[in-house]
Design a protein around this ligand. Sequence first.
Ligand SMILES: Cc1ncc(COP(=O)(O)O)c(C=O)c1O
Length: 377
Amino acid sequence: MIPLAVPDLSGNEARYLQDCIASTYVSSIGPFVDRFESMISEAAGTGAAVATSSGTAGLHVALVAVGVQHNDLVILPSFTFIASANAIAQCGAEPWLFDVTAESWTLDPDLLRARLETETRAEGAGGIGRIHIPSGKRVAAIMPVHTLGLPADMDAIADIARGFGIPTVADAAPAIGATYKGRPVGQCGANLSVFSFNGNKTVTSGGGGAVIGDDGEALALVRHLSSTARTGAGYDHDRAGFNYRMTNLQAAVGCAQMERLDDLVAAKRRIRRVYEDAFAHLSEVENFPSPDWAESACWFSGVTWHSDADALRAKLREAGVDAKPFWKPVHLQKPYAGSPRTELDVTEDIWRRIVILPCSSNLTDGELARVIDCVAG
Ligand SMILES: Cc1ncc(COP(=O)(O)O)c(C=O)c1O
């Protein structure tokens, strides 16, 4: 079976892991953690980065750092992996689910502005955020998602967020290497952004995440909260913190991967181009979005299929090609079925038609040709 997305661990990964073992620095203090954070902040174009044990942990602690509390709402596109919503729920908050645009599959800024104008009111003198009129809950943050590695239209979203006094935490899980209007993804205007380095990501640390941003104060709070909110060398802690720091073992793998970031992202972009060229003549196929404001990191590639997507996936699997459905929208998931939401027509339409195709960065030309033959044949 040609797998969907497997990591390429052919660089210094094994050697750096051996270094960790030899040094006994296997936990969350160690030189690879510091080096990984520098590599991430440099690639993302931000002042600093805090490495975390997962992307979900990074999202959770970032939301807490910008002030999300129990009983709040956080605006989230429904077309995302459930982890985005879970991070909100872990704050004791609830997602307010929004549709995406058909042109980008990311949070719709016009819808965002319209609903903030008509369904929220100011919180009162000096209050942060807005009150969602139907539920009476505070809208404490906006979480745009950089779908499949394509940055959301962040100038528009950040402008709206600022206008309404709401902080933004971007779920940039698969977006390392992407650019927004020519700028590295960390400079897209979110208060904080969060990467994931899960095994299926373009760059992996086995499991892990990173919180980035230019807001030094918020990042310092993220660092403090993720390491048990410890103050000083004794066992004093000033908040109920988390144990969310990345380990030196994870960071060792991450550093080896980051050394090849440009090549790994270039390989992903090439796969996207090859599929697009190969399927250009097929009337059933629509390409994944490519708005002019961003260059996607092309984490996953595939097709939007205008006839029966289940049948295409079954045909591919029979031919030994792994092809999967993609994120079942959050509003269709049991824990979030009752969450407030906008109409979600675009989200549901994408979900029904999307077919992810094999896109490992080390996919061979022969494997690519087999996948293409199978889709087009
Ligand atoms: C959009 C999105 N958000 C959040 C996550 C969660 O990241 P992690 O698996 O590192 O917790 C992922 C990936 O797994 C993701 O794709």
